[in-house]
Structure formats: C-alpha cells, structure tokens
Design a binder for this molecule. Structure first.
Ligand SMILES: [Zn+2]
Length: 410
C-alpha cells in the first residue's frame, strides 16, 4: 500500500497539492523531488533552500542542493513548489485497537469519569473496517511511523501494522496488581518477541501494574535492546495517590485494581518510577502532565523520552503538559495522539497546533519537527529507517501544512 506520490511526471511543472500525505514512491527508477525548502532533520543541515531529494527502491539516495545534485541526475524531477519537505512523521503513542470506540467516552469531566466510561465499552472487540480506515487516515496525514499500544489484540494489531506498510513499534501492555509468578514474561499465544522484532512491552501505569511486573518488563526491554513505555503522571489523582495515599482516584482504585494493603511511596510518580529503575534513555514515558520542576530534572538526567499527548490531556481533563519547561531542561520530547477514545483524529499537525497554543513563546519549525520525527524515531528504536531524510533511510517524506510555515518562524 505504498503511495506512488505524484502520478503525472512533468519536468519542472509545479504540482498542486490539496492534501498533506505521506509520499512513498515505490519505483526501481530513481525519483527526484525538488522543493523550495527541505528540512532533513540531519545535524549538519538545518535547512536546504532549493533542495533535491532522490529516492529509489524505497530508499533515500541523496538529499542536497538542487544545483549540485541535478548535474548527475538523469531522471525526471517532480517539482513540489513552495512547500517545506520533512521526513515522514511518527505518532509516538496511540492505541489503534480502541479506534472503534471513538466518540463513546465521557470527555472534559476529569480522568476518573473518562476511565469509568471507557471501562463500560467493549474494549476487547476489534473492528477490521475501522482499523483499515485508520491506517489510510494515518498515511493521508503524513505519518510513516507508529508507536502503538495493545492490551487486548496484539496478534491482530501486529498483522494489520505489518500489512499497512508503516514502520512501527507495538508495545504489549501489561496491567494488573498481582505480582508476577515467575521471572519470565507471560506472552500471549501466537505473539512471539523472537519472531517479531517490532514487538516490545509496556506497563500500563504505576497505579495499575504491580511494581515487580514493571521491573520485570523493564529488565526484559534492557536485555533485548527494545524500548519500554509507561503512562506516567497523567492525572492529578495519580499524584495524590502516590504522595498521600488518599483521594477520590485512590478510592476508585482501591475498589477495583489496588489491594487494600497498598502503601503509597509518599513521593511523586516520576520519582517513584525512578526509584523502581524504570527511567532511562530506553523508556518512553507518556503524558507527564503533572511533572513538577524536580520531576522534569529527573526526566532530563535519566534521559527518559517523554511523549506528550496534549489534545488527549485537554479533552479528558482540560489540562496541558509543562512542555516548555521540559524543552528548556533538555528532555527529549515526542508527540502522540493517544487513542481515538480521547481524541478526534490521529493527525499530528493538529496535535502540534494544540501544543503551540498552550505555549508562551514562538518555537522555530525545526524544534517542533524534532517532536514529530527524529526524537520519536530514537525513542521507538526506528531511527535506522525513519526520523530524518538521511541517505539510506526509508524513501518517504511529507510536506509541512502552510499554516505552520506562515505562523511559525523557520
Ligand atoms: Zn495511552
């Protein structure tokens, strides 16, 4: 399901675009794309004005200046006009298996109301038609890579992700407060980490997954050189639970997931995760809406990647993450849409727009692009193929919507 990109080849004729999609020219003949600006996300090249990108056999062959590369290039050149060319985007956190439940949860009434409404829904089901549409939609929005979470249907998700042609990391999510019985991960039937190198594991959250299970999962990811992920410091009740042991969220959990004997660590979730040994450069912590300044220092010092999901945070609890402080502290940030149970679409540009609306300063486009490309490629271990337009990586790219290049300093 590779897009052929521009179908009519006509040298130096500007081609009108009515949508920003993922271009993945699948041709054994070299295809060249000329654009006013290329932002390759490579350290030595911030911007290439009047650039040329050459792709052949699904691989990037050259990225550079039109004037230099055209001399040796024999084939057709597709003119992309005034757009900014960037690497295919990466949605670092979503739950595609929940897509069929879109529009059925309680929003803007707080995290507990949202969770309670979600738990009433048929999360175990999966709808193949909805999934197909979701993959189509991801491509239409320029997304080449996905960090997906599955707690219910990993086998189906693996198959769909593979067939989609996207690059992905699928985190098998563990939830439950019973301690693990052995030192081994209890893999579901037909889901083999040896046969599926794209597979890894995630703990749902500190409040829903036993600490020994979390440590077991984290150790497995370290030994197998795969990333670990966890929802962290997402809602105010989580902070209250871990710092005091009390609160409405604590009461709700003690009636369902948490044992009566639960003793809080009397510290913040970020600190507690650090004490458990869960935070390092191979961990993708999701949300961190309620990370305070000292938590942010911990995230920076441990080189933990943080995936922000600002629209999900806003839709559930009218909140936004302290992303500017994280950025200033050097935390490696990624962007994700979270599931369609807390979002209206899987479009990362809409996610970036929400983020920028909650900021106090203008941010250069190349800084925003890090959250959508190079940072998540590293956090998900997809950086051999995605994240930049470096020769040797996958031959795909997308274009920056005009509303970003008009309003954001390049
Ligand atoms: Zn999530």
């Amino acid at each position: 399901m590779w897009y052929t990109g521009i179908k009519t080849i006509s040298n130096y004729k500007q081609i009108p675009f009515d949508r920003i999609m993922l271009y993945r020219p699948n041709s054994s003949q070299p295809q060249a794309y000329r654009a006013k600006t290329i932002l390759p996300m490579m350290p030595e090249n911030h911007y290439i004005e009047d650039g040329l990108l050459i792709i052949q056999d699904d691989i990037i062959k050259e990225t550079g200046y039109y004037k230099q590369l055209r001399k040796s290039f024999q084939g057709d050149i597709h003119d992309l006009g005034p757009y900014v060319v960037v690497p295919g985007l990466i949605n670092a956190h979503t739950h595609l298996e929940l897509s069929h439940l879109q529009g059925q949860t309680v929003l803007q009434k707080g995290f507990e109301s949202w969770v309670k409404s979600l738990l009433q829904l048929p999360m175990q089901d999966i709808d193949p038609t909805t999934l197909q549409n979701v993959f189509k939609n991801l491509e239409q929005n320029g997304i080449a890579g996905i960090g997906d979470i599955s707690g219910h249907n990993p086998k189906t998700l693996l198959q769909n992700l593979r067939e989609s042609g996207s690059l992905y990391r699928l985190f098998l999510e563990f939830l439950g407060f019973k301690p693990p019985k052995t030192d081994n991960i209890d893999w579901p039937a037909h889901v083999s980490p040896n046969k599926n190198p794209e597979l890894s594991v995630a703990g749902h959250a500190l409040y829903s997954t036993h600490p020994n299970t979390l440590q077991l999962l984290k150790n497995w990811t370290t030994q197998n050189h795969r990333p670990f992920s966890i929802h962290l410091a997402e809602n105010p009740g989580e902070i209250e639970l871990f710092t005091t042991g009390r609160g409405e969220f604590a009461d709700f959990l003690k009636n369902s997931l948490l044992p009566e004997t639960f003793v809080p660590p009397y510290t913040t979730p970020v600190n507690y995760a650090d004490q458990l040994g869960l935070l390092d450069h191979n961990t993708l912590a999701v949300h961190c809406v309620h990370a305070n300044s000292s938590d942010i220092q911990v995230l920076a010092e441990t080189r933990t990647s943080v995936c922000l999901c600002p629209r999900s945070n806003y839709n559930i609890n009218l909140e936004s993450p302290p992303w500017e402080e994280m950025l200033e502290s050097g935390v490696s940030l990624c962007l994700g849409t979270d599931s369609l149970c807390s979002n209206s679409d899987l479009n990362l540009w809409n996610e970036a727009e929400q983020l920028l609306q909650t900021g106090s300063k203008e941010v250069p486009l190349k800084e925003i692009m890090k959250l959508l490309t190079i940072n998540p490629s590293r956090a998900l271990g997809l950086d051999n193929d995605l994240g930049s337009l470096e020769p040797g990586k996958r031959g795909c790219f997308t274009l920056v919507p005009e509303r970003f290049t008009e309003n954001i300093p390049i």
